[in-house]
Design a protein around this ligand. Structure first.
Ligand SMILES: [Fe+2]
Ligand SMILES: [Fe+2]
Length: 363
């Protein structure tokens, strides 16, 4: 029996090629794919279990390995993250003495010694490893028995990288078999992204995607919810291309009090879209989270005592991956080390620019 655990969020071609190679090399009676359960908190909820399970099935459907493969509910039934040694132990009991191979990519082999109780895994199973591009040689070979290596090199696709692309608006990276499913269920902020794309010019859509990518990465780095940060970024300029009258109407019903409103409307109309964007996020896109709406409503002007998410949003707008000026690259780098530092820097740079251009500053 071959066991293959992973987050599969989303599953992709490299997962399937590993399974197929293992199938042809070992002719196992069973291949069990075990999607990890994810706690619905802390940077972990991207696609719920049932969707990841279904996506895996869709991808496996055309494979010759499908006839011996099964996607297991093992972790989901327990409603908690299960360690590999527990998984292997449980399946070994069920199998009553049959041989178990635990399938993994060579990238995971590097960290295997740091897994929980690796000796217990090796007592019940042999490691079956596919070499992944960039990780052809394991830096730290697994302790104990030598792993069995599958022939060939497997494509360097990672779910982590795919997620960054999906949450920043690029759905072309999905395996074609999964596109329809992801759209239908609005996974990875799909519905939001499609709605925003309709509202914006091509150039501005590229800007919000670049902003969303940075917001997603910064949220991961600083312990915020990356999907929510990417959504805020996707929405932040949603009202920017509306006629100014519409923007004003939206801003007035946004629920945010606009300090020095008359002056703002006259001297800094470029700011109105931030409050209008928050209203649009709530009205058209159904956003209910107050922190997200606040972050959108402050992304251009900032205000005192900004929340962590609002700072992240403010910095991502200025230093997103679509921005090509020198200060944006430097600020982006700094933001991964210090969000407060990057926020102060952005604030300073924006104010200095307004002063230089003799423009009114909203404070
Ligand atoms: Fe904006
Ligand atoms: Fe923007």
């Amino acid at each position: 029996m071959i066991l293959f655990g992973g987050s599969f969020d989303p599953p992709h071609r490299a997962h399937i090629s590993l399974v197929e190679k293992a199938f042809f090399s070992l002719s196992p009676k069973k291949i069990i794919l075990v999607p990890a359960y994810k706690a619905p908190f802390k940077n972990e909820h991207f696609s719920p279990f049932r969707h990841r399970k279904k996506m895996l099935k869709l991808l496996l459907a055309g494979s010759p390995a499908a006839k011996v493969s099964r996607v297991s509910d093992f972790e989901n039934k327990r409603r908690k993250r299960v360690y590999t040694f527990q998984l292997v132990n449980d399946f070994s009991k069920k199998l009553k003495g049959g041989k178990i191979f635990f399938l993994m990519g060579s990238d995971s082999l590097n960290s295997f010694a740091e897994w929980k109780k690796p000796e217990k895994i090796l007592a019940k199973a042999s490691l079956l490893v596919g070499r992944r591009q960039g990780y052809e040689k394991a830096e730290k070979p697994a302790p104990g028995e030598k792993p069995v290596f599958l022939k060939g090199i497997f494509p360097d696709i990672s779910s982590t990288e795919l997620r960054k692309k999906l949450f920043s608006g690029d759905f072309s990276v999905l395996e074609p078999e999964l596109g329809g499913y992801v759209r239908k269920h609005g996974l990875y902020n799909y519905r939001l992204t499609a709605g925003i794309k309709k509202l914006l010019s091509r150039k501005r859509f590229a800007h919000v995607c670049g902003t969303a990518r940075l917001a997603f990465e910064l949220a991961l780095a600083h312990g915020l919810d990356p999907a929510a940060a990417a959504a805020a970024a996707m929405l932040h300029d949603s009202a920017k291309e509306l006629p100014i009258k519409k923007q004003i109407a939206l801003a007035l019903r946004s629920g945010f009090s606009i300090k020095n409103r008359r002056e703002v409307f006259k001297k800094a109309p470029g700011l109105i879209h931030q409050w209008a964007g928050a209203a649009l996020a709530a009205e058209r896109f159904g956003v209910k989270d107050g922190e997200t709406l606040k972050a959108i409503a402050a992304h251009a002007s900032a205000y005192e005592n900004m929340s962590k998410l609002a700072k992240l949003m403010y910095v991502s707008d200025f230093a997103g991956y679509d921005r090509k000026f020198k200060e944006s690259g430097e600020t982006r780098k700094l933001a991964f080390k210090s969000l407060d530092g990057a926020y102060a820097r952005t604030l300073g740079l924006k104010k200095a620019r307004l002063k230089k251009e003799n423009k009114w500053i909203y404070e």
